[in-house]
Design a binder for this molecule. Structure first.
Ligand SMILES: [Zn+2]
Length: 417
Protein backbone atom coordinates (compact mmCIF):
# COMPACT_ATOMS: atom_id res chain seq x y z
CA UNK A 1 0.00 0.00 0.00
CA UNK A 2 1.12 3.54 -0.72
CA UNK A 3 0.55 6.92 0.88
CA UNK A 4 -2.75 8.46 -0.20
CA UNK A 5 -2.17 12.00 -1.54
CA UNK A 6 -5.92 12.38 -2.15
CA UNK A 7 -6.54 12.04 1.59
CA UNK A 8 -4.27 15.05 2.17
CA UNK A 9 -5.87 17.09 -0.63
CA UNK A 10 -9.39 16.35 0.63
CA UNK A 11 -8.39 17.37 4.19
CA UNK A 12 -6.81 20.60 2.91
CA UNK A 13 -10.06 21.48 1.16
CA UNK A 14 -12.06 20.63 4.26
CA UNK A 15 -9.86 22.90 6.38
CA UNK A 16 -10.15 25.68 3.80
CA UNK A 17 -13.95 25.52 3.99
CA UNK A 18 -13.93 25.36 7.78
CA UNK A 19 -11.50 28.23 8.50
CA UNK A 20 -11.50 30.45 5.41
CA UNK A 21 -13.87 33.03 4.01
CA UNK A 22 -14.16 35.02 0.77
CA UNK A 23 -10.91 36.84 1.70
CA UNK A 24 -8.85 33.70 2.31
CA UNK A 25 -7.59 31.70 5.30
CA UNK A 26 -8.28 33.22 8.72
CA UNK A 27 -6.30 30.94 11.04
CA UNK A 28 -4.52 33.76 12.85
CA UNK A 29 -2.68 32.28 15.86
CA UNK A 30 -4.28 32.66 19.31
CA UNK A 31 -7.73 33.36 17.84
CA UNK A 32 -10.94 31.34 17.84
CA UNK A 33 -10.58 30.33 14.17
CA UNK A 34 -7.07 28.97 14.78
CA UNK A 35 -8.32 26.99 17.76
CA UNK A 36 -11.12 25.65 15.57
CA UNK A 37 -8.56 24.47 12.98
CA UNK A 38 -6.58 22.71 15.68
CA UNK A 39 -9.68 21.13 17.19
CA UNK A 40 -10.63 19.82 13.73
CA UNK A 41 -7.14 18.39 13.27
CA UNK A 42 -7.18 16.79 16.69
CA UNK A 43 -10.46 15.15 15.76
CA UNK A 44 -8.79 13.59 12.71
CA UNK A 45 -5.91 12.40 14.91
CA UNK A 46 -8.39 10.85 17.34
CA UNK A 47 -9.98 8.92 14.45
CA UNK A 48 -6.56 7.50 13.68
CA UNK A 49 -5.81 6.84 17.35
CA UNK A 50 -9.03 4.85 17.69
CA UNK A 51 -7.67 2.49 15.00
CA UNK A 52 -4.12 2.36 16.32
CA UNK A 53 -3.50 2.25 20.07
CA UNK A 54 0.10 3.39 19.49
CA UNK A 55 -1.02 6.93 18.58
CA UNK A 56 -1.40 9.67 21.21
CA UNK A 57 -1.82 13.44 21.11
CA UNK A 58 -0.88 16.27 23.48
CA UNK A 59 -0.07 20.00 23.53
CA UNK A 60 3.26 21.13 24.98
CA UNK A 61 3.97 24.11 27.24
CA UNK A 62 4.27 26.51 24.27
CA UNK A 63 1.08 25.32 22.61
CA UNK A 64 2.71 23.10 19.99
CA UNK A 65 0.45 20.18 19.04
CA UNK A 66 2.17 16.74 19.08
CA UNK A 67 0.82 13.53 17.58
CA UNK A 68 3.04 10.57 18.36
CA UNK A 69 3.00 7.18 16.65
CA UNK A 70 5.11 4.99 18.92
CA UNK A 71 7.60 2.86 17.02
CA UNK A 72 9.89 -0.02 17.88
CA UNK A 73 12.46 2.43 19.28
CA UNK A 74 12.19 5.72 21.15
CA UNK A 75 14.31 7.43 18.51
CA UNK A 76 11.93 9.82 16.83
CA UNK A 77 11.51 11.23 13.37
CA UNK A 78 9.65 14.55 13.54
CA UNK A 79 7.41 15.77 10.71
CA UNK A 80 5.67 19.11 10.89
CA UNK A 81 4.71 22.61 9.90
CA UNK A 82 2.02 25.04 11.08
CA UNK A 83 -1.78 25.34 10.86
CA UNK A 84 -1.79 29.08 11.64
CA UNK A 85 -2.08 31.56 8.78
CA UNK A 86 -1.75 35.28 8.20
CA UNK A 87 -5.06 37.21 8.01
CA UNK A 88 -6.55 36.72 4.52
CA UNK A 89 -3.91 34.08 3.88
CA UNK A 90 -3.65 31.19 1.45
CA UNK A 91 -5.07 27.69 1.79
CA UNK A 92 -1.73 25.82 1.67
CA UNK A 93 0.87 27.82 3.62
CA UNK A 94 1.76 25.69 6.63
CA UNK A 95 -1.23 23.39 6.67
CA UNK A 96 0.10 21.53 3.61
CA UNK A 97 3.03 20.30 5.72
CA UNK A 98 0.89 19.33 8.71
CA UNK A 99 -1.77 17.55 6.68
CA UNK A 100 0.74 15.78 4.41
CA UNK A 101 2.50 14.53 7.54
CA UNK A 102 -0.87 13.22 8.71
CA UNK A 103 -1.22 11.26 5.46
CA UNK A 104 2.32 9.90 5.94
CA UNK A 105 1.63 8.85 9.54
CA UNK A 106 -1.60 7.22 8.40
CA UNK A 107 0.38 5.31 5.79
CA UNK A 108 3.12 4.24 8.23
CA UNK A 109 0.57 3.07 10.80
CA UNK A 110 -1.06 0.90 8.11
CA UNK A 111 2.21 -0.34 6.67
CA UNK A 112 3.71 -1.35 10.02
CA UNK A 113 0.46 -2.33 11.74
CA UNK A 114 0.79 0.54 14.23
CA UNK A 115 4.50 0.02 15.07
CA UNK A 116 6.97 1.58 12.61
CA UNK A 117 10.69 0.92 13.13
CA UNK A 118 11.20 4.34 14.76
CA UNK A 119 8.80 6.65 16.57
CA UNK A 120 7.10 9.18 14.28
CA UNK A 121 5.98 12.52 15.72
CA UNK A 122 3.83 15.03 13.89
CA UNK A 123 4.08 18.60 15.18
CA UNK A 124 1.84 21.58 14.42
CA UNK A 125 3.94 24.50 15.65
CA UNK A 126 2.13 27.31 17.47
CA UNK A 127 2.19 30.75 15.81
CA UNK A 128 4.73 30.30 13.04
CA UNK A 129 3.58 33.43 11.25
CA UNK A 130 3.85 35.99 14.04
CA UNK A 131 1.19 37.90 12.11
CA UNK A 132 -0.66 39.16 15.16
CA UNK A 133 2.16 40.05 17.58
CA UNK A 134 5.14 40.32 15.21
CA UNK A 135 6.86 37.33 16.82
CA UNK A 136 7.48 34.67 14.13
CA UNK A 137 8.33 31.03 14.99
CA UNK A 138 6.92 31.30 18.51
CA UNK A 139 6.36 27.62 19.27
CA UNK A 140 9.38 26.24 17.44
CA UNK A 141 11.69 28.74 19.16
CA UNK A 142 10.36 27.64 22.56
CA UNK A 143 11.12 24.06 21.48
CA UNK A 144 14.60 25.06 20.33
CA UNK A 145 15.31 27.05 23.51
CA UNK A 146 15.82 30.26 21.54
CA UNK A 147 12.63 31.93 22.84
CA UNK A 148 12.78 35.46 24.26
CA UNK A 149 10.10 35.71 26.92
CA UNK A 150 11.06 39.09 28.40
CA UNK A 151 11.13 40.74 24.97
CA UNK A 152 7.90 39.09 23.85
CA UNK A 153 5.76 39.31 26.96
CA UNK A 154 4.54 42.88 26.37
CA UNK A 155 4.10 42.68 22.60
CA UNK A 156 0.65 43.93 21.64
CA UNK A 157 -1.64 43.27 18.68
CA UNK A 158 -3.45 46.01 16.74
CA UNK A 159 -6.14 46.11 19.45
CA UNK A 160 -3.62 46.62 22.23
CA UNK A 161 -4.02 43.08 23.58
CA UNK A 162 -0.76 41.79 25.10
CA UNK A 163 0.81 38.56 23.86
CA UNK A 164 1.05 37.33 27.42
CA UNK A 165 -2.71 37.74 27.85
CA UNK A 166 -3.62 36.21 24.50
CA UNK A 167 -1.54 33.17 25.44
CA UNK A 168 -3.26 32.87 28.80
CA UNK A 169 -6.64 32.86 27.01
CA UNK A 170 -5.37 29.78 25.14
CA UNK A 171 -4.14 28.12 28.34
CA UNK A 172 -0.44 28.98 27.89
CA UNK A 173 1.64 30.54 30.68
CA UNK A 174 4.37 32.55 28.95
CA UNK A 175 6.86 31.95 31.77
CA UNK A 176 6.59 28.20 31.25
CA UNK A 177 7.04 27.94 27.48
CA UNK A 178 10.67 26.82 27.84
CA UNK A 179 9.32 23.46 29.02
CA UNK A 180 8.57 22.74 25.35
CA UNK A 181 12.28 21.87 25.10
CA UNK A 182 11.42 18.52 26.68
CA UNK A 183 9.92 17.51 23.34
CA UNK A 184 13.45 17.43 21.90
CA UNK A 185 14.13 14.17 23.72
CA UNK A 186 15.00 11.36 21.26
CA UNK A 187 14.48 13.60 18.20
CA UNK A 188 16.71 12.17 15.47
CA UNK A 189 15.59 14.21 12.45
CA UNK A 190 12.98 16.74 11.30
CA UNK A 191 11.30 16.98 7.89
CA UNK A 192 9.02 19.76 6.67
CA UNK A 193 7.14 20.07 3.39
CA UNK A 194 6.06 23.60 2.47
CA UNK A 195 4.92 25.55 -0.56
CA UNK A 196 7.75 27.56 -2.10
CA UNK A 197 5.88 30.89 -1.74
CA UNK A 198 8.01 32.33 -4.54
CA UNK A 199 8.24 32.12 -8.35
CA UNK A 200 11.50 30.15 -8.83
CA UNK A 201 10.17 26.59 -9.36
CA UNK A 202 7.34 27.67 -11.62
CA UNK A 203 9.79 29.60 -13.79
CA UNK A 204 11.96 26.44 -14.05
CA UNK A 205 8.90 24.19 -14.65
CA UNK A 206 9.96 22.06 -11.66
CA UNK A 207 7.30 20.76 -9.26
CA UNK A 208 9.59 20.09 -6.27
CA UNK A 209 12.88 21.14 -4.68
CA UNK A 210 15.21 20.13 -1.86
CA UNK A 211 15.80 23.13 0.40
CA UNK A 212 19.38 24.01 1.40
CA UNK A 213 18.50 26.15 4.39
CA UNK A 214 16.81 29.40 5.34
CA UNK A 215 18.12 32.89 4.80
CA UNK A 216 19.15 34.86 7.85
CA UNK A 217 17.02 37.87 8.74
CA UNK A 218 17.72 41.30 10.23
CA UNK A 219 14.41 42.98 11.11
CA UNK A 220 14.44 46.47 12.61
CA UNK A 221 12.20 49.41 13.43
CA UNK A 222 13.67 52.69 12.13
CA UNK A 223 12.29 56.02 13.32
CA UNK A 224 13.23 59.33 11.73
CA UNK A 225 12.72 62.46 13.82
CA UNK A 226 12.27 65.88 12.18
CA UNK A 227 10.09 68.83 13.10
CA UNK A 228 6.32 69.07 12.77
CA UNK A 229 5.54 72.37 11.06
CA UNK A 230 2.70 74.13 9.26
CA UNK A 231 2.47 73.06 5.61
CA UNK A 232 1.58 76.57 4.48
CA UNK A 233 4.04 78.72 6.39
CA UNK A 234 7.21 76.62 6.35
CA UNK A 235 9.43 77.30 3.31
CA UNK A 236 10.71 74.24 1.49
CA UNK A 237 14.30 75.00 2.35
CA UNK A 238 13.62 75.21 6.08
CA UNK A 239 11.87 71.92 6.66
CA UNK A 240 13.05 68.95 8.69
CA UNK A 241 10.84 66.38 6.98
CA UNK A 242 11.11 62.94 8.56
CA UNK A 243 9.18 61.33 5.69
CA UNK A 244 11.67 62.71 3.16
CA UNK A 245 14.56 61.02 4.98
CA UNK A 246 12.64 57.73 5.26
CA UNK A 247 11.71 57.87 1.57
CA UNK A 248 15.35 58.15 0.52
CA UNK A 249 16.13 55.01 2.50
CA UNK A 250 13.14 53.17 1.00
CA UNK A 251 14.65 53.68 -2.46
CA UNK A 252 18.24 53.04 -1.39
CA UNK A 253 17.58 49.55 0.01
CA UNK A 254 17.04 48.37 -3.58
CA UNK A 255 20.65 49.30 -4.36
CA UNK A 256 21.87 47.72 -1.12
CA UNK A 257 20.21 44.38 -1.92
CA UNK A 258 21.13 44.58 -5.60
CA UNK A 259 24.83 44.16 -4.83
CA UNK A 260 24.26 40.55 -3.76
CA UNK A 261 22.84 37.70 -5.82
CA UNK A 262 19.97 36.33 -3.69
CA UNK A 263 19.67 39.10 -1.09
CA UNK A 264 16.39 40.90 -0.42
CA UNK A 265 15.54 44.08 1.53
CA UNK A 266 12.03 45.35 2.27
CA UNK A 267 10.60 48.40 3.99
CA UNK A 268 7.10 47.14 4.59
CA UNK A 269 5.56 49.67 6.94
CA UNK A 270 5.48 53.44 7.29
CA UNK A 271 3.60 55.62 9.77
CA UNK A 272 3.75 59.42 9.74
CA UNK A 273 3.06 61.79 12.63
CA UNK A 274 1.04 63.91 13.00
CA UNK A 275 -0.16 62.28 9.78
CA UNK A 276 -2.40 65.11 8.61
CA UNK A 277 -2.56 66.83 5.26
CA UNK A 278 -1.50 70.24 6.61
CA UNK A 279 1.67 69.34 8.52
CA UNK A 280 5.26 68.54 7.63
CA UNK A 281 6.01 65.07 9.01
CA UNK A 282 7.75 65.38 12.37
CA UNK A 283 8.20 61.70 12.98
CA UNK A 284 8.24 58.77 10.60
CA UNK A 285 8.23 55.18 11.85
CA UNK A 286 9.33 52.52 9.36
CA UNK A 287 10.52 48.93 9.38
CA UNK A 288 13.29 47.17 7.48
CA UNK A 289 13.59 43.43 6.77
CA UNK A 290 16.85 42.16 5.21
CA UNK A 291 17.60 38.53 4.24
CA UNK A 292 20.43 36.43 2.84
CA UNK A 293 21.73 32.86 3.26
CA UNK A 294 25.29 34.20 3.83
CA UNK A 295 25.89 35.70 7.28
CA UNK A 296 28.64 38.03 6.02
CA UNK A 297 26.40 39.44 3.28
CA UNK A 298 23.62 40.00 5.80
CA UNK A 299 25.95 41.84 8.18
CA UNK A 300 27.27 44.02 5.36
CA UNK A 301 23.76 44.94 4.22
CA UNK A 302 22.70 45.83 7.75
CA UNK A 303 25.76 48.05 8.27
CA UNK A 304 25.17 49.78 4.94
CA UNK A 305 21.50 50.44 5.71
CA UNK A 306 22.47 52.01 9.04
CA UNK A 307 25.07 54.28 7.52
CA UNK A 308 22.78 55.36 4.65
CA UNK A 309 19.95 56.06 7.12
CA UNK A 310 22.29 58.34 9.12
CA UNK A 311 23.34 60.09 5.91
CA UNK A 312 19.74 60.68 4.73
CA UNK A 313 18.67 61.86 8.18
CA UNK A 314 21.52 64.40 8.18
CA UNK A 315 20.65 65.58 4.66
CA UNK A 316 17.08 66.31 5.79
CA UNK A 317 17.99 67.91 9.13
CA UNK A 318 16.60 64.89 10.97
CA UNK A 319 17.87 62.27 13.38
CA UNK A 320 17.33 58.51 13.19
CA UNK A 321 17.01 55.75 15.77
CA UNK A 322 17.11 51.99 15.24
CA UNK A 323 15.62 49.32 17.42
CA UNK A 324 15.84 45.60 16.73
CA UNK A 325 12.54 43.81 16.20
CA UNK A 326 13.98 40.38 15.62
CA UNK A 327 16.81 38.57 13.86
CA UNK A 328 17.96 35.07 13.04
CA UNK A 329 21.19 33.84 11.51
CA UNK A 330 21.20 31.91 8.23
CA UNK A 331 20.55 28.20 8.80
CA UNK A 332 22.08 25.47 6.64
CA UNK A 333 20.19 22.19 6.62
CA UNK A 334 21.77 18.74 7.14
CA UNK A 335 23.87 17.71 4.09
CA UNK A 336 22.89 14.03 4.17
CA UNK A 337 19.20 14.83 4.56
CA UNK A 338 19.48 17.30 1.66
CA UNK A 339 20.84 14.42 -0.44
CA UNK A 340 17.98 12.14 0.68
CA UNK A 341 15.46 14.88 -0.10
CA UNK A 342 16.92 15.28 -3.56
CA UNK A 343 16.69 11.50 -4.16
CA UNK A 344 13.07 11.45 -2.97
CA UNK A 345 12.21 14.33 -5.30
CA UNK A 346 13.96 12.72 -8.30
CA UNK A 347 12.19 9.40 -7.68
CA UNK A 348 8.86 11.22 -7.45
CA UNK A 349 9.11 13.88 -10.14
CA UNK A 350 12.05 12.86 -12.34
CA UNK A 351 14.16 15.94 -11.59
CA UNK A 352 15.09 18.08 -8.60
CA UNK A 353 16.33 21.55 -7.83
CA UNK A 354 18.28 22.79 -4.77
CA UNK A 355 17.45 26.23 -3.39
CA UNK A 356 17.63 28.35 -0.22
CA UNK A 357 14.41 29.53 1.39
CA UNK A 358 13.77 33.26 1.64
CA UNK A 359 10.77 32.86 3.94
CA UNK A 360 11.42 31.71 7.48
CA UNK A 361 10.28 28.33 8.60
CA UNK A 362 9.99 26.42 11.85
CA UNK A 363 12.56 24.04 10.34
CA UNK A 364 15.20 26.73 10.92
CA UNK A 365 14.56 26.69 14.68
CA UNK A 366 14.59 22.89 14.79
CA UNK A 367 17.89 22.85 12.92
CA UNK A 368 19.36 25.42 15.34
CA UNK A 369 18.48 23.03 18.17
CA UNK A 370 20.96 20.58 16.61
CA UNK A 371 18.41 18.20 15.11
CA UNK A 372 19.27 17.11 11.54
CA UNK A 373 16.71 18.89 9.38
CA UNK A 374 15.64 19.32 5.77
CA UNK A 375 12.68 20.75 3.88
CA UNK A 376 10.91 20.03 0.61
CA UNK A 377 9.35 22.79 -1.47
CA UNK A 378 6.50 22.39 -3.91
CA UNK A 379 5.88 24.91 -6.66
CA UNK A 380 3.59 27.88 -5.95
CA UNK A 381 1.51 29.20 -8.85
CA UNK A 382 2.64 32.74 -9.77
CA UNK A 383 4.88 32.62 -6.72
CA UNK A 384 2.08 34.15 -4.66
CA UNK A 385 1.59 33.44 -0.95
CA UNK A 386 0.16 35.21 2.10
CA UNK A 387 -2.76 35.96 -0.19
CA UNK A 388 -6.10 34.29 -0.90
CA UNK A 389 -5.01 33.53 -4.49
CA UNK A 390 -2.13 31.35 -3.21
CA UNK A 391 -2.37 28.03 -5.09
CA UNK A 392 -0.50 24.95 -6.31
CA UNK A 393 -1.59 22.52 -9.05
CA UNK A 394 -3.36 19.54 -7.53
CA UNK A 395 -1.04 17.14 -9.38
CA UNK A 396 1.92 18.92 -7.77
CA UNK A 397 0.32 18.66 -4.32
CA UNK A 398 -0.02 14.92 -4.91
CA UNK A 399 3.65 14.67 -5.93
CA UNK A 400 4.63 16.63 -2.83
CA UNK A 401 2.82 14.23 -0.49
CA UNK A 402 4.43 11.27 -2.26
CA UNK A 403 7.89 12.87 -2.04
CA UNK A 404 7.45 13.54 1.69
CA UNK A 405 6.44 9.91 2.16
CA UNK A 406 9.51 8.67 0.25
CA UNK A 407 11.79 11.04 2.17
CA UNK A 408 10.26 9.78 5.42
CA UNK A 409 11.04 6.17 4.49
CA UNK A 410 14.62 7.07 3.58
CA UNK A 411 15.07 9.03 6.80
CA UNK A 412 13.69 6.17 8.90
CA UNK A 413 16.31 3.88 7.32
CA UNK A 414 19.03 6.50 7.98
CA UNK A 415 18.01 6.90 11.65
CA UNK A 416 18.01 3.14 12.15
CA UNK A 417 21.50 2.38 11.02
ZN1 LIG B 1 4.36 28.83 6.35
Amino acid sequence: MAVDPQLAIAMLKELRTLTGDENGAQRLAWTATWLKAREWFQGRVEELASEYGTIEHHYDAAGNSWTTLRGQTEKALLLGSHLDSVPNGGWLDGCLGVISAYAVIHHLAEQYNGRPPVTIRLVDWADEEGARFGRSLFGSSAFAGTHSISADRGRTDSNGIRLEDALRECGINIDGIGDAQKERANAAAYLELHIEQGPVLEKMSMPLAAVLGTKGVERHAITFYGQEAHSGSTPMGQRRDALAAASKLALEIRNIAGKHQDAVCTMGSVKTFPGIVTAVVGRCETTLDQRDIDAAVLAAMFAEAQSRARQFAAEEGCTVEWSGIWNIEPVHFHPHLIALAEQAVIETAGASHRMPSGPLHDAAEVSRAGIPTVMLFVQSLQGISHNKIEDTLEQHLALAVTALDKLTAKTIAWIQH
